[in-house]
Design a binder for this molecule. Structure first.
Ligand code: ADP
Ligand code: MG
Length: 204
């Protein structure tokens, strides 16, 4: 028995609400080092995900995969395929989610998908700099249960997000700015923190 479709939908609907509330912030951050569309991109995609009817997906894995495909098809730019791949991979691994370690494996499958797709390394000033330390913290606390692990993950994700500020971007549009990308918080790391904070609120 794993976390069911309603649990997964609760997570993604909470994320959709967080994206909507923070859409202007995300777009403003992307204006500084990108093309001012991260908030509107993610809001469009997550609205479409929030409009999925969970009752049409008896298996949570299928709901999560549909969410991923929805993001790929509705969000332009780098973030659509990256978040889309994340949820496709999380969905694929979700089948066996029944305890803290297996949820950690599903989330890590999502990170692996992002790394394969975007080819970013730690320190490149991307959403990987938030998600990767979040999952390390999750693993370190998995023995204490899902709530403690997700709380630790959310905290580490926010710290990773903040730590993108001094970095020079080496991937994505921000990398075109070179040294001038330093001193700005990465938009994708900011939205990623909303995702892990939503998980901590809803999946605990
Ligand atoms: P675009 O840059 O195409 O306009 P968005 O503005 O929606 O797309 O998303 C920008 C965010 O995507 C960045 O802040 C960064 O976190 C993330 N990103 C960009 N390229 C990569 C990559 N190769 N790997 C991981 N994340 C990336
Ligand atoms: Mg952009």
């Amino acid at each position: 028995m794993g976390l069911d479709t309603l649990a997964a939908a609760g997570w993604l609907n909470d994320f959709a609400a967080g994206i909507h509330e923070n859409a202007d912030l995300l777009t403003d951050l992307d204006r500084e080092i990108g093309d001012a569309d991260h908030g509107s991109n993610m809001d469009r995609g997550m609205r479409a995900v929030a409009n999925l009817d969970p009752s049409g997906f008896p298996a949570a894995a299928d709901y999560l995969k549909k969410a991923g495909m929805t993001l790929v098809s509705t969000v332009g730019g780098a973030s659509g395929p990256l978040y889309g791949t994340f949820f496709l991979r999380v969905g694929t691994a979700w089948v066996n989610v029944c305890d803290a370690p297996s949820l950690g494996l599903a989330l890590r499958a999502g990170l692996e998908g992002i790394l394969q797709r975007g080819k970013a390394s730690l320190g490149d000033k991307t959403l990987v700099d938030a998600l990767s330390p979040a999952l390390d913290a999750y693993d370190a606390h998995a023995g204490e249960g899902v709530s403690a692990a997700l709380a630790a993950a959310a905290q580490a994700c926010a710290a990773g997000r903040d730590a993108t500020i001094p970095l020079v971007a080496r991937k994505g549009r921000a990398s075109y700015l070179g040294e001038r990308s330093a001193g700005h918080q990465d938009p994708g790391a900011t939205s990623m923190t909303l995702l892990i904070e939503a998980a901590s609120r809803t999946l605990s």
